[in-house]
Write a protein that binds this ligand. Structure first.
Ligand SMILES: Cc1cc2nc3c(=O)[nH]c(=O)nc-3n(C[C@H](O)[C@H](O)[C@H](O)COP(=O)(O)OP(=O)(O)OC[C@H]3O[C@@H](n4cnc5c(N)ncnc54)[C@H](O)[C@@H]3O)c2cc1C
Length: 450
């Protein structure tokens, strides 16, 4: 079957794109959405099995539609959730909200274009007649589109060491995909757990363990040992920042932001002021400075920028202060299995080797910056010259309209939405940014489909 638009992926980016396309395309148009996600629209973030896993962005900024900012808060009210715009809703609820947005649109918009949901993984592709791309699906079928939107998200980060020498008994105690919470059922209440990575996923896992009655020790190991900071209940208003006046050398830029922070007395208001302008700031940075940022400043950026809800932070902090959770900074060297798992690591700033004894290792080294390597489909598209990795290997090269530039004047239009476009936009992994991008891509495609 040939479609006007094929959307590959089925997480938030895909659903946001499809909602915009359904609103904007004529009734004669057709869309296919291809995804292997068991809960269409939820993706990794919003299909969590635990209600206690919360959004890290206040509800008032999580509407699917940038021009209807109250949409999610209204949904929460209609569903009898006692939360306001400044509160942090459950990620499970957010997954239901996304599903409802799409379902309502499909039910009530009349007439509307055709939308086919295809539960499959796109494993390969081929350019057809110079005007469309055919996708080979793992169910044996092929579909083709005149416009393509890649919404593949980010892959799970691989463990930073080779475990091929570990016996099966040891491998069975290594949790490579922490978002499948079934591993919690196998953990004894007093086991020793070692979590690799100290970001938001680590906090999710610690809270999930606690909710399962876990009373054992959790040791967290990450390169710098930095854990996310918290949102506060009544934040100061965001400071107005004119990014055009900020220096573009990384050292001078960080100095200027620190100065602003101490002048305002609240670094959060500086981060909040910077947030809607981060894309503009990123665009101004020369490639060398972007590299410097990724090499030196990224862990600090992450803990200040990706904060946790106040009460989630409080719960985590109690476990930290009681000593049930401890965080170590170091570089993992290897893992051995001998009546349990022994992790050897070099402590940050030291040359001697320390170790951690654990019954479980959980990989929370975070979302891999999309890149191309995590996806066989992207690797194949790269091989065929349809896409190109961006110079920083964050994702793929797109232009300011999120479209993959073409060397020739003709051929199908290929767009990307979400983290794959981080090389161009940097700040493009959260809903407030992706929803705007999805709208623009929808508008660009609608301008070409009759
Ligand atoms: C745990 C977690 C919590 C988060 N919390 C928040 C939050 O509170 N607020 C916020 O704004 N953002 C949050 N985020 C950021 C989040 O990444 C975005 O909000 C958004 O969910 C990204 O959606 P996506 O569709 O781009 O990617 P994903 O959700 O990763 O979806 C991509 C989908 O594409 C599918 N896919 C991949 N390859 C193929 C293929 N070849 N064929 C078919 N399908 C394929 C995958 O299976 C997947 O389902 C969170 C992220 C995580 C991981």
């Amino acid at each position: 079957m040939i479609y006007d638009v094929v959307v590959v992926g089925s997480g938030f980016s895909a659903i946001a794109t499809v909602c915009n396309l359904v609103e904007l395309l004529p009734a004669s148009a057709s869309i296919a959405i291809v995804g292997d996600d068991p809960g269409f629209g939820r993706g990794t973030a919003y299909r969590t099995e635990l209600y206690l896993h919360r959004l890290n962005v206040p509800a008032g900024r999580m509407s699917l539609y940038p021009d209807r900012p109250d949409n999610f808060v209204d949904w929460l009210r209609q569903h009898k959730r006692p939360l306001g715009a400044g509160d942090f809703a459950s990620r499970q609820d957010y997954g239901l909200y996304i599903r409802d947005c799409l379902a309502e649109l499909l039910r009530h918009k009349k007439p509307r274009c055709r939308v086919d949901f295809i539960k499959a993984k796109a494993t390969g592709c081929v350019e057809r007649y110079g005007t469309m791309i055919g996708f080979l699906l793992d169910n044996g079928n092929e579909i083709a589109g005149r416009n393509i939107v890649l919404c593949l998200g980010v892959g799970n980060a691989k463990l930073p060491i080779d475990l091929s020498q570990l016996p099966p008994r040891g491998l069975a105690h290594i949790v490579t995909n922490p978002w499948r919470l079934s591993w919690l059922r196998r953990v004894e209440a007093t086991d020793r757990v070692c979590i690799l990575g100290s970001g938001l996923t680590m906090i999710d896992q610690v809270l999930a363990l606690s909710a399962h009655g876990f009373t054992g020790k959790v040791t967290v190991l990450s390169r710098r040992g930095l854990a996310p900071l918290d949102h506060i209940k009544a934040p100061k208003p965001a400071t107005e920042i004119d990014v055009a006046t900020l220096p573009t050398r990384m050292s001078a830029l960080l100095h200027a932001l620190r100065r602003e922070s101490s002048a305002s007395g609240d670094w959060r208001s500086i981060m909040d002021g910077l947030r809607p302008q981060t894309q503009a700031l990123w665009l101004r940075l020369p490639e060398m400075e972007r590299r410097r940022f990724l090499r030196h400043a990224l862990p600090w950026w992450n803990i200040h920028r990706h904060r946790v809800a106040p009460d989630v932070f409080r719960r985590f902090d109690v476990m930290l202060r009681s000593g049930q959770v401890s965080i170590r900074a170091g570089y993992l060297l290897d893992v051995e299995e001998l009546n349990g798992l022994t992790l050897r690591y070099r402590r940050r700033g030291r040359s001697d080797v320390s170790s951690i004894e654990a019954d479980w290792i959980v990989n929370c080294t975070g979302m891999e910056r999309a890149g191309i390597s995590h996806s066989p489909l992207l690797r194949e598209m790269q091989r065929q010259g349809l896409i190109e990795a961006d110079p920083l290997n964050l994702g793929i090269i797109v232009d300011a309209q999120s479209r993959i530039p073409r060397s020739t004047g003709s051929g199908p239009d290929i767009y990307a939405v979400g983290a794959l476009t981080a090389g161009q936009f940097w700040e493009i992994t959260a809903v407030p940014d992706i929803r705007v991008q999805a709208r623009k891509v929808g508008q660009a495609i609608a301008g070409t489909v009759e």
